[in-house]
Design a protein around this ligand. Structure first.
Ligand code: 3PG
Ligand code: MG
Length: 397
């Protein structure tokens, strides 16, 4: 996988650089509740501005579906972004058109401006060539620094790469290098932890991973579907019984590929899903009809830790149990801490990402100890499915 980085950019002083970032941050009452994605923009925007480029920031916010929706304006992230960047940020209220062109022309080298929500144009998500041409007129160079939007073939994530000299930004570069180290050309043995509620949302991930990794550790509600497929009575646990045949196919494919699948053999069960209900820790064959499995048990967690100790690389997506509610966070926390300690000791390269995963690792207090934690949700999953991401493919040389 080869792509141009900012290292090959040459002199950008006075050049207009369109930089696609991900400003789709969670907000509550006008406040950014997690600024991880804002911080991810700092290396690229800072470097370009310091080199005297006119930095034109492109991004989407929410899903306005081609309409101007006031509470999805990128205006609301200007101040938080400026604070994180430690430099002033201007706002231009459209990403193309005569007024935007005039506003861009008035910017001085080294200045940073955010252009209004790309999804206010219906052509954005259609990757409309006319819109792409109109946006491309504003810049001399295109930099994509939004891995988390790279699974979208939109004007600002894909179309522009065909119209201007295209480069991967620093965060995109870091992300692609980490992912390559994890599943592209990893040090073996490789383990994958796949958790979360439902098998149905991660079927393609599981199918792809069995041919790629040496150990597949399945946790969360989705483990129940596999246990049930193997004839275990999972009581009233969350379980997709209609996926029994699929689960068996995945287990067969793993066998054929010499991939060891780890399912829990002890589990934590309760009759109700709420904080701190009465619980039992039992062998998977001892779940009562009125009980549900809510976490992997301590004996299984210890065995999983031992398996990780034999591995050199780990890819992690999804929690091991219902980690939002105590005490069902125990397995996720314990296994994450083992992975973090192995990583810190230099024995393991650990890459994590996708939806709940970052929250789970933050909860375990170990996100900083993993080798790399992706800010991407859907894009990370599609990458774990072995799919080519259009935004990444367009950068390839
Ligand atoms: C995300 O929040 O996962 C990315 O910004 C992509 O957003 P989307 O799922 O609305 O395309
Ligand atoms: Mg999303």
């Amino acid at each position: 996988m080869a792509f141009r980085t900012l290292d090959s950019l040459g002199d950008v002083s006075g050049k207009r650089v369109l930089v696609r970032v991900d400003l789709n941050v969670p907000m509550d009452n006008g406040r950014v509740t997690d600024d991880t994605r804002l911080r991810a923009t700092v290396p690229t925007i800072g470097e370009l501005a310091d080199k005297g480029a006119v930095v034109l920031v492109l991004a989407h916010f929410g899903r306005p579906k081609g309409e101007r929706v006031a509470d999805m304006s990128l205006q609301q992230v200007i101040d938080p972004l400026a604070a994180v960047l430690g430099r002033p940020v201007k706002f231009i209220d459209d990403m193309c058109g005569a007024a935007a062109e005039a506003a861009v022309a008035a910017l001085a080298p080294g200045e940073v401006a955010v252009l209004e929500n790309s999804r206010f144009h219906s052509g954005e998500e259609k990757n409309d060539p006319a819109l792409a041409d109109a946006v491309a007129k504003l810049g001399d160079i295109y930099v994509n620094d939004a891995f988390s939007a790279a699974h979208r073939a939109h004007v600002t994530t894909e179309g522009l790469a065909h119209r201007l000299p295209a480069y991967a930004g620093r965060s995109m570069q870091t992300e692609l290098e980490a992912l390559e180290a994890a599943l592209g050309t990893p040090q073996r043995p490789v383990a994958a932890v796949v958790g979360g509620a439902k098998v149905s949302t991660k079927l393609d991930v599981l199918k792809h991973l069995v041919s790629k990794v040496d150990h597949l550790i399945i946790g969360g509600g989705m483990a129940n579907t596999f246990l049930a497929a193997r004839g275990v009575d999972v009581g009233k646990s969350l379980c997709e019984h209609d996926l029994t045949a699929t689960a068996l196919e995945i287990l067969d494919a793993a066998d054929a590929a010499d991939c060891t699948v780890h399912l829990p053999y002890d589990v934590v069960v309760a009759k109700e899903f709420r904080a701190n209900p009465p619980i039992r820790t039992v062998n998977v064959h001892e779940v009562a009809p009125d009980e549900m499995i809510l976490d992997v048990g301590p004996a299984a967690v210890e065995a999983l830790g031992d398996a990780l100790k034999t591995c050199r690389t780990l890819v992690w997506n999804g929690p091991m149990g219902a980690f939002e509610i105590a005490p069902f966070d125990a397995a996720t926390v314990a296994l994450a801490r083992t992975a973090a300690a192995l990583t810190k000791g230099g024995a393991l390269v650990s890459v994590a990402g996708g939806g709940d995963t970052v929250a789970a690792l933050n909860h375990a207090g170990v996100a900083d100890d993993f080798s790399f934690v992706s800010t991407a949700g859907g894009a990370f999953l599609e990458w774990m499915e072995g799919r080519e991401l259009p935004g990444v493919k367009a950068l390839q040389i």
